[in-house]
Write a protein that binds this ligand. Sequence first.
Ligand SMILES: Nc1ncnc2c1ncn2[C@@H]1O[C@H](COP(=O)(O)OP(=O)(O)O)[C@@H](O)[C@H]1O
Ligand SMILES: [Mg+2]
Length: 149
Amino acid sequence: MQKTLTVRSLSEMDRFAKQIAAHLFPGAIIGLKGELGSGKTTLTKYLARHLGIQETVNSPTFTILKDYRGLLPLYHMDVYRLEGIGYDYELDDFIYGQGVSVIEWFPYISEMLPEHILEIEILGQNDQVRTIHVKGEGPYETIVQTLSD
Ligand SMILES: Nc1ncnc2c1ncn2[C@@H]1O[C@H](COP(=O)(O)OP(=O)(O)O)[C@@H](O)[C@H]1O
Ligand SMILES: [Mg+2]
């Protein structure tokens, strides 16, 4: 199942995050794709808030992974630095663990991801309107189904 949504502001991005967070489950994996400045980290911050995380969520570009405690644990990864490497087995326990994984630049580690993940592509940067493509099969299909503009 695939859906395309339009997000015109930060508050609409927050609303989008809320709709997704409401349906997350232990072990859920969200892959984020989009240019620098498209809003991958911003979306993750909103997801974190809706998962009850009070800590400030910052970009894990240099550490690759940061984990947070909320209603579900959140594992926030930015695998930009793994371009051309393709995997990092230290991430395995998290990706296949009982928290929610949010992976910025997920195509760079596609070979270590399971068949089904929730894919979110963000088009647009800076103050532009975002077009968001969301794709999910299997356990992610209902999440996509319930999304609305
Ligand atoms: N509708 C929007 N959705 C997401 N970010 C937005 C939006 N409008 C403006 N922005 C801004 O765009 C920037 C996105 O940066 P960031 O989330 O770090 O992107 P990325 O992680 O994809 O590199 C932030 O400064 C954010 O405040
Ligand atoms: Mg980022």
